[in-house]
Ligand binder design. Structure first.
Ligand SMILES: Cc1cc2nc3c(=O)[nH]c(=O)nc-3n(C[C@H](O)[C@H](O)[C@H](O)COP(=O)(O)O)c2cc1C
Length: 342
């Protein structure tokens, strides 16, 4: 299914650019485009250079939540809005009122239009995160000639994903940078390493597995492959590269020894995501409500203002546990460094 044992993970929010995807492709990795947060038109524009290049690539989409926010979460959102007012004021930003209805296109992440686009003009691979695509959508994509992947973080999620008929699974360990793909409540069977998680899922589900999360060098990649993965995906290792669209503040923070740890936090978007621990994480990790994507839109102006003011203490500095190995320079050099040893 993949032309390489190394995959460039999709990184929405600006990090995965077409330039990054083309650079990793050119160096021999399989590239994913990042469809999350984009409208169908924006996605079409993002992948146009990849279509033109003529090689197989994947598109990643967010699966929207299926239920409206519970009343308790809506109340938590109002409280969080008040809590963030002083942070936002520091850089002259406001905190918008973001009561979004369940059918708001931002809550749906433009799902219907993007699926229509991918059915009309299919790509080789589509992967989903944040939940399971309905079996009917999986089958439609497959009929269009697309291989479909679901992202999972546990054995129960892998079993549920397999039941929707997908072709393969992205097995994401907790050490991954950015948002967790988790869509079921934790079952208490957490695995401390990616190879352990891959092996446990390999023993239960007969599908090809892509290992992801904390793969910061060839040794980690080889261990995941030895545990049963057919490929490994890297995200954080590419954030600092020349072609990555991450902010310079983010790239520099990953190389700054002043940052000493990462943590899973809902503070920026309402969904757990792994980031470097800065003031914003310290101040709000305990109080942010489980309200995604509302919190994402609530904090967006504050983050934009912090970025303009060069204030990295209020930015979402997504980072996996292997962040210290991320290097600046051409993305091709990172890919070649892995492929030389795989
Ligand atoms: C900045 C950033 C953005 C991400 N965005 C997405 C995304 O849009 N879709 C997705 O499925 N995973 C996303 N992820 C997770 C990656 O696909 C992948 O699982 C993860 O980066 C692997 O772990 P690593 O960062 O330790 O290499 C993102 C990760 C990062 C670091």
């Amino acid at each position: 299914m993949f032309t390489s044992p190394l995959i460039a993970a999709p990184m929405a929010g600006g990090t995965t650019t077409a330039e990054l995807a083309l650079a990793v492709q050119g160096a021999g990795a399989f590239a994913f485009a990042a469809g999350g947060y984009r409208t169908a038109e924006q996605l079409a524009a993002h992948i146009a250079p990849l279509r033109a290049a003529g090689k197989d690539f994947g598109v990643n989409l967010f699966v929207p939540r299926t239920e409206p926010l519970a009343p308790g979460q809506a109340a938590g959102l109002a409280r969080y809005r008040a809590e963030l007012a002083s942070d936002a004021a520091r850089h002259g930003a406001g905190v918008p009122d973001v009561e979004l209805s369940q059918d708001d296109p931002r809550v749906q992440d433009y799902w219907t239009e993007k699926i229509a686009l991918l059915l009309e003009d299919p790509v080789a691979v589509v992967s989903f995160t944040f939940g399971l695509a309905p079996a009917g959508v999986v089958a439609q994509l497959q009929r269009a000639g697309t291989k479909v992947l679901a992202s999972v973080t546990s054995v129960p999620e892998a079993v549920a994903a397999a039941a929707t008929g997908v072709d393969a699974l992205v097995v994401q360990h907790d050490g991954a940078g950015g948002h967790t793909a988790a869509f079921l409540a934790p079952d208490g069977g957490g695995f401390s390493t990616l190879p352990e998680l891959v092996a446990a899922i390999h023993a239960r589900v007969a599908l090809p597995l892509v290992g992801a999360g904390g793969v910061c060098g060839p040794a980690e990649a080889k261990a995941a492959l030895a545990a049963g993965a057919c490929a490994v995906a890297i995200g954080t290792a590419l954030i600092r590269t020349d072609e990555s669209g991450a902010r310079a503040l983010h790239k520099d923070a990953l190389g700054d020894p002043a940052f000493t740890e990462t943590a899973m936090t809902r503070a920026f978007t309402g969904k757990p995501a792994r980031a470097l621990v800065n003031s914003f994480v310290r101040d709000h990790a305990a109080t942010a409500p489980a309200a995604y994507p509302e919190v994402h839109f609530l904090t967006a102006p504050l983050r934009a203002a912090a970025s303009a003011a060069q204030d990295r203490e209020m930015l979402n500095l997504w980072a996996g546990t292997g962040w210290r190995s991320a290097r600046p320079g051409p993305a091709a050099a990172v890919v070649e460094g892995f492929l030389r040893e795989l």
